[in-house]
Design a binder for this molecule. Structure first.
Ligand code: HEM
Length: 464
């Protein structure tokens, strides 16, 4: 493309002559084959293109459009710190019809910032300690049901733990409401992520049509959430409560307005969709990876027994590096945007994520090895370690997810011995929201011979 523009936006504004609009190099194979390559071969396909075309390359992906993949921290920083009116995120979110128009994942610019300001404080790292006991109790109850000495897939179990953790700590749900939401919400997210792939089927043709069933399910979820929200608004002790919903009903925008029920509902469903399967599958990967790396498993068990929270936190970070459940997040170019010497035209998507950086030897030496030590005493790089995305859209639940994963993993390792295996690695299978271990993270456990002293050791979780 050779058209020029005088309105390019760069992260480092320069007075020099505008660059020609254009796209970085990429394969010339027909777009359907490029899409097929990405979907079927994933990371190796991206690596081959990076080796061939450099640290900024373009793929043309049928139906998904033109995507540009930056591979250096400088390029990634430029994209993550671009002004919110130049690169949009919410607009390109396929889940909008599912999560609702107020979802933090669906909005952009001022509306997004206004909402994010209200949603961030409940997830501040310092508040996370309050949820640890709840999550430990949920974990103990669930893992007590594990079959001993028999192989089983761990992900269905971690799914139950992370669902209950969000319903308890975020929604403040209990008793019958908790039970009802436990039945409704997984189905809503599962149906929703399937329906997001087929926008042309979004017509309500009655309760037996796919979209009709989804709409009715969402209505039922909304009615249950309304009850929960109204109860929180009427609760005279709401100020004493620690759950996120309690904080949201008390929060006020700059103009003094509270959030309406419709907004809170969309945000709760969003947090569930964003935080349930992602956390559960990362835990599944932790089990899958650790049972294939007995030396790391032994070291992390020792850390748990000694109350060494830093090694445990480093292990979770390293699992997220080698198995990022979300490969990349995207930004949609709204105004010509300069990146790495190219001016990307509006309509281009920029893909940012661990699918490329996490396996780069320049950023993570011996990248193929599982080495938690690389994060001991070292903060992960903001623009190289990307499981939670970055910039003003970075995951608001990162500290919550880390606290949760550390508590769950610690409780598992205190209770059971995970038996190492020489089985082949499980493949990464895309399950609508996250990349899951293909066989569900199969594992065999036996009770620990002696109860560790760690239960009484001072416990601290590091925040992501
Ligand atoms: C291991 C677990 C998790 C992973 C891997 C993960 C990953 C991500 C990623 C990649 C993004 C997109 C960031 C971007 O575009 O730059 C995101 C956004 C988000 N996540 Fe998470 N997430 C996790 C857990 C959670 C939890 C537990 C919650 C809430 C309870 C949550 C709530 C959100 C929300 C609301 C957003 C939208 C932020 C915005 O657009 O401003 N996530 N997450």
């Amino acid at each position: 493309m050779t058209t020029t523009t005088s309105t390019t936006t760069t992260a480092s504004a320069s007075d020099s002559a505008p660059l020609p609009e254009g796209l970085p190099p990429g394969p010339r194979t027909p777009a359907p084959f490029q899409l097929l390559g990405l979907l079927t071969r994933g990371r190796p396909f991206l690596r081959r293109n990076q080796e061939r075309y450099g640290d900024l390359f373009t793929l043309r992906l049928t139906t998904l459009g033109t995507w540009v993949f930056p591979g250096t921290t400088d390029l990634i920083r430029t994209a993550f710190t671009a002004p919110a009116d130049v690169l949009h995120t919410g607009e390109s979110n396929l889940l909008e019809p599912i999560l609702g128009p107020y979802s933090l994942l669906s909005t952009d610019r001022d509306q997004h910032l206004r909402q994010r300001r209200l949603l961030l404080p409940p997830f501040h790292g310092a508040r996370m300690k309050a949820y640890e006991q709840l999550i430990e109790d949920i974990t103990r109850e669930e893992i007590a049901k594990w079959p001993v000495g028999e192989e089983f897939p761990v992900v269905p179990s971690t799914m139950k733990i992370t669902l209950r953790a969000i319903l308890g700590a975020v929604f403040g749900a209990e008793g019958a409401t908790m039970q009802r939401l436990e039945e409704l919400l997984p189905e809503l997210v599962e149906r929703g992520s399937r329906m997001s792939m087929v926008p042309y089927l979004h017509y309500d043709l009655g309760r037996f049509s796919p979209w009709g069933r989804f709409v009715r399910l969402r209505r039922e979820v909304d009615a249950t959430l309304d009850t929960l929200i109204d109860e929180a608004r009427r609760d005279p002790d709401v100020a004493e409560r620690g759950d996120v919903l309690a904080l949201l009903v008390q929060a006020r925008y700059d103009d003094g307005e509270p959030m309406g029920n419709h907004e809170i509902r969309d945000q709760l469903v969003t947090m569930l969709a964003a935080g349930h399967e992602t956390t559960a599958n990362t835990l599944g990967w932790a089990v899958e990876r650790l049972t294939r790396h007995p030396e790391v498993l032994a070291r992390v068990v020792q850390a748990v027994d000694e109350g060494d929270s830093e090694y445990l936190a480093a292990t979770v970070r390293e699992i997220q590096r080698v198995r990022p459940v979300i490969m990349f997040t995207t930004r949609l170019v709204k105004q010509p945007f300069e990146l790495g010497g190219y001016v990307l035209p509006p309509g281009t998507r920029i893909a940012l994520g661990g699918a490329i950086t996490h396996y780069d030897e320049r950023l993570f030496p011996n990248a193929r090895e599982l080495r938690p030590e690389r994060f001991v005493g070292v903060k992960p790089g903001t623009y190289s370690w990307l499981p939670f995305g970055g910039g003003v859209r970075r995951c608001i639940g990162a500290a919550f997810a880390h606290m949760e994963m550390e508590v769950v993993l610690r409780t598992m390792l205190e209770t059971y011995e995970l038996i190492p295996t020489t089985d082949r690695p499980e493949r990464m299978a895309f399950r609508g929201v996250a990349h899951a271990p293909g066989r569900g993270g199969r594992v065999t456990v036996r009770p620990r011979a002696s109860a560790p002293a760690a239960a009484s050791v001072v416990r601290e979780t590091a925040t992501a």
